[in-house]
Structures are given as structure tokens and as C-alpha cells.
Design a protein around this ligand. Structure first.
Ligand code: ADP
Ligand code: MG
Length: 729
């Protein structure tokens, strides 16, 4: 009997929901209480420093040394008064996790006394030991210096270390001494600036009072929850974050009764707990619900400025992992932890807001504003059309590869859903022939723009199978992986839209210089763009096979493997695009490409090792023991003269043998494939071998193992089964 599995099941089944107390009666009483927010700054800083800091935040400006000293002093006294003993620059290196290096607030004076100290210089800049973070060749290990720099636009916050102490975390960028970005945040901030500049100058054609455009993001986060004891009884979950084996349960997702059903009490307690903690950290987490698969859930915050939303998402993921421990649960952020069951995404809801309070992707009742709306809408469509492969590259990862195009996930084909009304409006705009204006004609009326108010947000007009869907007043990019840091995707999206808007401005300026009427010129350009880009629009079922065929006919790419998808980053057009918009230099893009490939290789390598180990040491050995038991039974039957009765048992014995043989041979040949791949110098070639030669074995081995799971006595099976993992009470 499999002792480990049954022990774990016993533990999991005996657990109760952990009670969670509200920090205060009203959310307003604790929301943001663990952040160094505006209110705290206003109270603790001199009026002069307060104004300078808020100004710098709004304009992405710099903060001079004397102000930095004052802010550092205020941060220190605020943090220590709330129990903080350490501070750290909190940053997002390209490993994909967040990083921190804690320093104590106190220092030893020359006469050996301890004193608390935190200077402006330490706030503004730190030098972590950067050698252990990936740099994709930008920084050799012996030139391991890189530094982190304070990002004032994201508020500092207090993190509980668990053991009582707290740490003041200062959101930061991470760059090399030669100025290259070593993190996700730096290019993101640059892309936000690029988009602000481009969008603002386009807004100027419509409304002179618009001087700033802020991209906004609301990331819906999907995840699975499993019991902690069961998690540790599955080495594949522990090491690879996903199950490499497991037969689908009889009662799976088919019933779909889990979606919007009631949340299990233990999971509910966990959610309430991390929501409280998130709110203390100023994160506006708002919705919680069950997702499609059993054991799968979603959390969504109210949207914020993109940089802040991404910091908050990274922090939320950290927090969820920590708080899950208190509830004896484990959160799985992997895109596809269970085969045959819905995967997890991070739906990036994205739009752009102006300093005048306008959402540029919201249709309005005023024709003039609708021309502006259409301008932004069509430019986004054109940007996505022209750069679909780059957008696809931005979501490439080993985990997402299992999800894209599998059950209930958008395929690797980029397409846009706009909804009936909008598609029709754009069609009308395109087919409307030359418009002649007589004096006194209302230009908007003639352009058909007075009809657009009927576009007003319609919630029934939804398509949940589109990777990039317009949802009334924003776009939802649904193909982003659940474990991803959204910064890569947002950097690409901001950059391609910025680039497109710059192009639009140039096109419009040219027409205006020729003396064309502004509104007509805009409509003409939009018509042109629409005609060039409309093949990317798709309203049907994005999960269907017909769409894959149709997309191929339309000439849209369907790049399935991550190494192929990532290669788009370093194509000359992509490099030029990043350079032109000032978002990344060639060296920075190339280093990122290298790092992503390395990550891919490592991930597949780990999966492959775990698979080989489990297959041989757990599955085959168990199957052979079971076979031995059965052969005793068969022999006994024969001895008793029950020859015919022994036959079916012999069939099972043969089946076990044949499956064991396939598993053994395939495992050996997979190891050989790994060896061959590891001998390949070029990273891209090596990654491609992992994506093909190594990975090709996965499904074959898995198939046989999952069949054995159905044959071998349940009592003996060593791995926690899907039905046990997926149903948390
Ligand atoms: P649903 O998609 O279920 O209708 P919502 O429309 O309320 O839910 O929003 C889903 C996510 O989109 C939320 O995180 C929300 O804050 C975000 N969102 C709403 N408006 C915007 C916007 N203008 N920019 C970015 N995200 C937005
Ligand atoms: Mg969702």
C-alpha cells in the first residue's frame, strides 16, 4: 500500500477552514495602512518636499538629494513606528520572481553604539549582489555590478516577514552600471513614457487640454489551489509546478458546476485573508470567484496605472503564496498544472486615460469624441495586426505553451474581437465612398459618427475565446500566462501602440499640410488602416479547429513553440521598433531573448528529469510489484486447474509489460535527447531541440503512465490522483 499517498490524503481530509478576523470594521480604516502613501507623505514631509515628490511622481521627474534625505527620514520613522526593522529595494529581475535584499535600519557608530539610519542615498540607490540574477550576457559575473534605483511612482510598503519583523520595501528598477535594464520595470516605464508622448500628441488634434495620457491595467489573475500535504506528495508539482502525469478524473470539468459555484470554505478563508492583507498594502482587490475547472479560482483588482498594477500583481502573487501557508494550501500559478483541464491565464485589461478624465477607448454620445475614440481604436487594431508576432513573443513561455491552443485557452493565433456593432460601424466607415461637404453640412453627421452612441458598452456582446477582445471600454488580452510578469506584454503593447500613433500623427500631418480638412483626413487614414488590418478581426469561436484553418487562409501566424515565438524579438524590424521608440536598445532586447530561451530550456529540462524519475522510480517500480502480485494469483489459479480463469489476468500482465517497456525505452531515449541538446552551443538551437526532440517524448510517456494508473491497484498507486488533488473542501 502506498503509505505516503494515503497519509497525505488523511491529513488533507482532516483539515478545517482557518478563521480569519477582519482588521477593522470598515475597509477604509485599513486600506493602504501598510503603504507609504500620499496621506502619510503629506503628514510627515515638509510642504516643500511633499510638493516636489508628488510632482516628480506625476511627471516621472527626478528627486534631488536633499529631498531624498527628507523622504528617507520620513520613510524610516514611519516604517519603524510600524515595527519595521529592515528595508530593501524591491525589484523584478528577469528570473520572473521578485527580489529583495534586506538591510537593517540600524548601523554601528564609530564608538560602537547602534543607531538607526536610513539616508537619502540608500533610498535612491542600492547595490545588490547582482551576480546571481540573469543578465543575458549584459554583465559578466566578474563585472557583477548592477544597481537598483528607487521608483517613486510606486509607493513603498511594509512586508511582514512572518517571524514578527517587518521590512520596508521600496519599489525599484534594476540596471547595470552601464545603464542597461536588467529587469522588467525599466523598459516598461520607458514604454509608458513613449505611449504617453505619442497618445498625447494625437489627443492634441481633438482636445488641446489633454496633456497627459496614462495607460491603465486591470490584471485578472487565475490560479489553482491544492492542499499542502497533497502538493508535497507530488514531486512534479513541487519541482516543475505542474503534474507531468495523472489520469483525468471521472468527474472533471465536464460538469462545469464549479464555475461561479460556491467557494469551498478553506479556500474562501484563504481568499478573505489575502484580500485583507492586499488591501492593507493598498491593492484594490475586488472580485473573487471560482473558475471553470475544479480547484481553480480568480482574483481581480480594480484597474490602476500600468506600472502600479504590475507591481501590485507581482506583490499579490508573493502574498498569496505566503498566506496560503497559513491555510495549509498551495497556490499554483502554472499555466497548465493539470492536463486535460482548463489552464490559467492572466487577463490583461488595458486602456488609456487622459489627464482630463477621459478613457480613450470608451465610446461616448458626442460625435466629435467618437472620432477620437475610433482613432484610438483603429490604431490599436492596426498596431496589433502589424505586430501580432511580437505580441505573441511577449507571452511565450514553457508553461504558456501547454495552455495556448489547448482546452479553454486562446490559441497562439493573435486575433481581435470587436463585437457586432463596432465591426459594423467600422465596415460602414470603410465602404462610405468619398464624402463631399457642402457649407453648413455637419461633418460628423455625414461621416456617420452620430450613430456610434449605440455602441455603448454592451455586456452581452462578449467573446471569451478571443485572445484580444474589446470589452466595451478597454481591450482584454487574455493570452497572457498566469505565472507571467505582465510587464513584458505591457511593454510590447505600449510600444507597438506608441509606434502606431506616431505613424498616424505623421500621416495626418502630411494630409493637413496638403490642406485637407482635419476630420475628413482622419477618417481617410482610419479607412486605410482598417482595410490593411481587418483580417485580424475575428468574431467566431477562437477555440475551434475551423478558426485555425481560417486563420491560415488569412495568412495569420500560428506560432506554437516558444523558441520560435521568442525569435521574433530579435528580428531586425523588432529591434528597430524598440530602438525607435526608445524602449530598449539592441543589446537589451538580445539579452532578454537569451534569458527567455535559457528559462525555457531549464524549465523543460526540469520537467523532463522529473518525468524520467517519476516514471522509473515511482510508476514502473509500482507497476512491476503489482504485476508480481497478479502473477501469483494467475499461478494459483492454474494450480487449481482454473486455466481459463487465469487468462484475463495474463492479459493484464502482458499489458503492464508492454506499457513498462515503452516507458523505459522512451525515458532512455529522452535522456539521450537531452544529452544531445546539451551539447549544442547556440542557445536558440538548444531551445529548439528541447521544444522538439526532448518534449516529443512527454506525451508518449505520459500516455502509458496514465494507462497504468487505471490498471494498478488504487491502494498501491504512489502518486496523488487528479480527483484527490482537485477537490479541496
Ligand atoms: P468583467 O470583465 O467581468 O465585466 P470588469 O469589466 O469590471 O469585469 O473588469 C475586468 C477588469 O478590467 C477589472 O480588473 C477592471 O478593473 C478592469 N478595467 C475596467 N476598466 C478598465 C480600464 N479603463 N482600463 C484598464 N482596466 C480596466
Ligand atoms: Mg476571467
Amino acid at each position: 500500500m502506498s503509505k505516503f499517498r494515503f497519509k497525505a490524503l488523511e491529513i488533507a481530509q482532516s483539515r478545517q477552514a482557518v478563521a480569519v478576523a477582519a482588521p477593522a470594521d470598515r475597509v477604509a480604516d485599513f486600506f493602504g495602512s501598510n503603504t507609504f502613501n500620499n496621506e502619510v507623505m503629506r503628514a510627515l514631509l515638509s510642504p516643500e518636499a511633499y510638493i516636489k515628490v508628488t510632482e516628480a511622481i506625476q511627471t516621472n521627474g527626478t528627486i534631488d538629494r536633499s529631498i531624498a534625505d527628507e523622504v528617507a527620514g520620513a520613510m524610516k520613522s514611519w516604517a519603524t513606528s510600524k515595527g519595521a526593522t529592515h528595508y530593501t529595494h524591491w525589484f523584478q529581475p528577469l528570473t520572473g520572481e521578485t527580489a529583495e535584499k534586506h538591510d537593517a535600519f540600524f548601523d554601528i557608530t564609530s564608538d560602537g553604539k547602534a543607531m538607526e539610519k536610513f539616508k537619502g542615498s540608500a533610498l535612491v540607490q542600492q547595490e545588490p549582489d547582482a551576480s546571481s540574477f540573469p543578465s543575458g550576457g549584459l554583465r559578466n559575473t566578474f563585472e557583477a555590478r548592477g544597481y537598483t534605483g528607487w521608483d517613486p511612482s510606486s509607493p513603498a510598503f511594509l512586508m511582514d516577514n512572518g517571524a514578527g519583523g517587518k521590512t520596508l520595501c521600496i519599489p525599484s528598477v534594476f540596471i547595470s552600471y552601464t545603464g542597461e535594464a536588467l529587469d522588467y520595470k525599466t523598459p516598461l516605464l520607458k514604454s509608458l513614457n513613449a505611449l504617453d508622448r505619442a497618445a498625447t500628441s494625437v489627443c492634441q488634434f481633438f482636445d488641446r487640454s489633454i496633456t497627459k495620457v496614462t495607460p491603465t491595467l486591470g490584471p485578472e489573475q487565475e490560479y489553482f489551489v491544492v492542499d499542502r500535504a497533497l502538493f508535497y506528495a507530488r514531486p512534479d508539482l513541487v519541482l516543475a509546478g505542474r503534474t507531468v502525469f495523472g489520469h483525468q478524473p471521472a468527474r472533471g470539468q465536464q460538469l462545469e458546476d464549479h464555475y461561479f459555484g460556491s467557494i469551498p470554505p478553506r479556500v474562501n478563508a484563504f481568499m478573505v485573508d489575502f484580500e485583507f492583507e492586499s488591501m492593507k498594502l493598498g491593492m484594490p482587490v475586488r472580485t473573487r470567484h471560482n473558475e471553470v475547472a475544479p480547484g481553480q479560482f480568480e482574483v481581480a483588482p480594480t484597474f490602476e496605472e500600468v506600472n502600479l498594477a504590475i507591481d501590485h500583481n507581482a506583490l499579490l502573487m508573493d502574498l498569496m503564496e505566503k498566506i496560503a501557508e497559513r491555510h495549509n494550501l498551495k497556490v499554483l500559478f502554472h499555466e497548465k498544472p493539470f492536463a486535460g483541464i482548463n489552464g490559467s491565464g492572466k487577463h490583461n485589461n488595458w486602456s488609456m486615460g487622459t489627464n482630463t478624465g477621459v478613457n480613450l477607448l470608451a465610446p461616448t454620445t458626442k460625435p466629435k469624441e467618437n472620432l477620437r475614440f475610433l482613432t484610438f481604436l483603429v490604431n490599436v487594431v492596426k498596431a496589433v495586426h502589424d505586430n501580432a508576432d511580437l505580441l505573441r513573443a511577449s507571452i511565450a513561455s514553457a508553461g504558456n505553451e501547454y495552455r495556448l491552443g489547448a482546452n479553454e485557452a486562446p490559441p497562439a493565433i493573435m486575433s481581435i474581437f470587436l463585437g457586432d456593432t463596432l465591426t459594423k460601424a467600422l465596415g460602414d466607415l470603410e465602404t462610405k465612398s468619398e464624402i463631399l461637404l457642402n457649407k453648413g453640412d455637419n461633418v460628423y453627421y455625414k461621416l456617420g459618427l452620430t450613430r456610434i452612441p449605440s455602441l455603448m458598452r454592451d455586456n452581452t456582446d462578449r467573446n471569451r475565446t478571443s485572445p484580444f477582445a474589446f470589452t466595451g471600454n478597454k481591450f482584454e488580452f487574455r493570452a497572457v500566462g498566469s505565472s507571467a510578469n505582465s510587464a513584458s506584454t505591457m511593454t510590447v503593447l505600449n510600444t507597438i501602440v506608441a509606434n502606431q500613433l506616431n505613424q498616424f500623427k505623421t500621416d495626418l500631418d502630411n494630409r493637413l499640410a496638403r490642406g485637407e480638412k482635419k476630420e475628413l483626413a482622419i477618417v481617410d487614414i482610419l479607412k486605410e488602416y482598417y482595410a490593411q488590418a481587418k483580417r485580424i478581426l475575428f468574431e467566431g469561436n477562437g477555440y475551434s479547429d475551423e478558426w485555425v484553418e481560417e486563420a491560415a487562409r488569412r495568412g495569420l501566424s500560428n506560432i506554437k513553440s516558444s523558441p520560435d515565438a521568442l525569435a521574433v524579438y530579435v528580428q531586425p524590424e523588432s529591434l528597430a521598433l524598440f530602438e525607435r521608440t526608445g524602449v530598449m536598445s539592441h543589446a537589451e532586447v538580445e539579452s532578454r531573448y537569451e534569458i527567455e530561451l535559457e528559462k525555457y530550456i531549464k524549465t523543460v529540462q526540469i520537467e523532463s528529469r522529473v518525468m524520467g524519475d517519476l516514471a522509473m522510480n515511482h510508476v514502473v517500480s509500482t507497476a512491476l510489484k503489482y504485476q508480481h502480485k497478479l502473477s501469483q494469483t494467475a499461478r494459483n489459479l492454474v494450480e487449481l486447474g482454473m486455466i481459463a480463469e487465469a487468462e484475463p489476468i495474463k492479459d493484464i500482465l502482458r499489458e503492464i509489460s508492454s506499457r513498462v517497456i515503452v516507458i523505459k525505452r522512451q525515458t532512455e531515449s529522452m535522456i539521450e535527447a537531452r544529452k544531445r541538446a546539451n551539447n549544442v552551443e547556440d542557445t536558440a538551437d538548444r531551445a529548439r531541440l528541447y521544444a522538439t526532440d526532448v518534449k516529443d517524448h512527454f506525451d508518449i510517456i505520459r500516455y502509458e503512465v496514465d494507462k497504468l494508473e487505471q490498471i494498478v491497484d488504487d491502494e498501491d498507486w504512489p502518486l496523488i490522483k487528479y480527483r484527490e488533488l482537485l477537490f479541496v473542501k
